[in-house]
Ligand binder design. Structure first.
Ligand SMILES: [Ca+2]
Ligand SMILES: [Ca+2]
Length: 151
């Protein structure tokens, strides 16, 4: 059991009491209680409410190749991606969108692949550079905060 606590701005003493292996995705039941003092076995908590919390993976929609989240895939995405990779300048807004070749990594090959598609030929993998969509690939990267409108 793990017990930690903090005092919020309104003076309430919040305690975390216990850790469990939550199913993911799945539903966990969480109790909200009121502390009533500290007994021999630790804090005494009177359970006041139970609620179910559903744990789901957030699915983000994006245009692949849109490193800067502008909604367009162009040379700016290539330059900003290279600037990020080489100089460490900037941030990855949405790793899935930055992974232009959909190999599960955000690296210099994504910049080269995007250049190839823009100036020579080829096709950006699904959902593509013109359509918004979810990542069909099962990889370790996700899409945290894609900025462009994506319906
Ligand atoms: Ca862009
Ligand atoms: Ca890649």
């Amino acid at each position: 059991m793990t017990i930690s606590s903090y005092l919020s701005e309104d003076g309430a003493d919040w305690r975390w009491m216990g850790t469990t292996d939550a199913p993911f995705p799945g539903v966990v039941e969480i109790g909200i209680g009121i502390a009533g003092g500290v007994g021999e076995a630790g804090p005494e908590v009177f359970l006041s409410s139970l609620c179910e919390v559903r744990l789901e993976r957030l699915v983000s929609r994006f245009r692949r190749g849109d490193f800067d989240g502008s909604g367009l895939i162009d040379i700016t995405d290539v330059l900003l991606l290279l600037q990020y990779l080489i100089l460490g300048d900037g941030e990855v807004i949405c790793a899935d969108a930055s992974d232009a070749n959909d190999d599960g990594l955000v690296d210099v090959t994504d910049a080269l692949f995007t250049l190839l598609v823009i100036f020579i030929s080829g096709e950006i993998p699904a959902p593509g550079m013109f359509e918004c969509g979810e990542d069909p690939s099962d990889d370790e990267i996700g899409c945290g905060n894609y900025r462009a409108p994506c319906m």
